[in-house]
Design a protein around this ligand. Structure first.
Ligand code: LMR
Length: 394
């Protein structure tokens, strides 16, 4: 049986990390995987995380199973962080999951379980693993236009034109903020138009929010999600704590649903627990508890927010520096979009050949579609990237 297995296609993002590690050059630059790094190239453990882990060590009396949906206090804290007071708590069901990817996978399971006929609509482009998981699960999938390569901004007309074909009971996958891979995001007016359209068609938004706090701020980054939650009877949401709490390897995420009333909430909650049980039984707890301790303690929460804000502002300043550097070197505003994009990623618009030339000649690593992780730069390497981009003719 096992000899029938075939070689697997490498995940492009993770394969790039391996190639970077194997490159002996000491001046190489890694803008691949979406992991935050500071100016020294380190992904630090956040201060509040260290403190919360200490609290956990000092106070945790058991590691017996928690509930199938995870720690209810974690779920409640995440509900507040993401939805604020946009929706009555009696309408929200939540279950902890192994990271944001676990929430996405469980969310797809939920869609298929609730409506086997559902098509999942994903943005073109989207995080490649969205597509990979959907294909692996054999779920019907369609793409909607999202990114205008020429202006490197959202192709909102194209998006809405494609979404005219959604049907009631389909799920439309939207990035809550900091679109991955493009860095181009919907305005609030555009979120409103999407909400109106979904309401008219009866399709359900499925929001993936993995970078809350990395874009315009913790509250600001939740505005699109909250607008949908205020207006629509139903929604599905996958949130990750990997990036904004910097706990990537703890695998901490949550899948939430908004349903029309308390009765349907009860059924959704039972289904989320059931789906956890079928796939991995109890979700991981350590990271979830760390997050809950931070969010429920005013001092730790304030310290976490302050550090997250430093991270966000650092990335914004690198964006501005890179845009200014390119403005000067090209004598044009072609790359001003880099300062307008939000989150870790921007898609530069380089061809695969140009991306490869930057890697081969300069040791500059970015994803083949020219997605950069801005946090892979520092003030010294920004001019190096700008020079290389000009040299290869991006
Ligand atoms: C990314 O897009 O680089 C991150 O979300 C990490 C991953 O798992 O791909």
């Amino acid at each position: 049986m096992l000899t029938n297995l075939k070689p697997q296609p490498a995940d492009k993002i993770l394969a790039l990390g391996k190639a970077f590690r194997e490159d002996p050059r000491t001046d190489k630059i890694d803008m691949g995987v979406g992991v935050y790094r500071n100016a020294e190239g380190v992904t630090p453990v956040m201060r509040a995380v260290k403190a919360a882990e200490q609290v956990l060590i000092d106070t945790q009396g058991t590691k017996a199973y928690t509930s199938l949906s995870g720690d209810p206090a974690f779920c409640a804290a995440m509900r507040g962080l993401v939805f604020g007071d946009a929706v009555d708590v009696s309408r929200v069901a939540a279950a902890a999951t192994p990271g944001g990817t676990g929430a996405i996978r469980q969310g797809f399971e939920l869609v298929r379980y609730a409506n086997p006929e559902a098509t999942v609509w994903v943005s073109s482009p989207t995080w490649p693993n969205h597509v990979s998981i959907l294909k692996f699960m054999g779920m019907p999938m369609r793409e909607y236009r999202y990114f205008d390569e020429a202006s490197r901004s959202v192709d909102f007309e194209g998006m809405m034109a494609d979404l005219t074909e959604v049907k009631a009971g389909d799920a439309v996958l939207l990035h809550g903020c900091c679109h991955n891979p493009t860095g181009a995001n919907l305005t609030l007016d555009e979120w409103q138009a999407v909400a109106d359209h979904l309401q008219a068609t009866g399709a359900v938004p499925f929001v993936d929010i993995a970078y809350q706090g990395f874009g315009d701020g913790l509250e600001e980054d939740g505005q699109g999600v909250r607008l949908l939650a205020r207006q629509l009877p139903e929604m599905i949401l996958a949130a990750s704590c990997s990036k904004n709490f910097g706990i990537y390897r703890e695998r901490t995420g949550v899948l939430m649903t908004v349903t029309p009333d308390a009765k349907s909430q009860g059924e959704a909650q039972a289904t989320l627990a059931f789906l956890n049980r079928q796939n991995y039984s109890f979700p991981p707890d350590h990271g979830a508890r760390v997050v809950q301790i931070i969010l429920d303690d005013p001092a730790l929460r304030a310290d976490w927010q302050a550090e997250l804000e430093e991270v966000r502002l650092g990335m914004l300043s690198l964006r501005e520096q890179l845009a200014a550097e390119l403005r000067q070197r090209t004598n044009s505003d072609t790359f001003d979009f880099i300062a307008r994009h939000r989150g870790m990623f921007s898609r530069l618009g380089a061809t695969p050949e140009q991306v490869e030339m930057m890697r081969a000649k300069h040791g500059i690593y970015m994803i083949g579609d020219s997605r950069i992780n801005i946090a892979g730069l520092n003030t010294e390497t920004v001019p190096v990237l700008a020079a290389a981009m000009v040299e290869v003719g991006v």
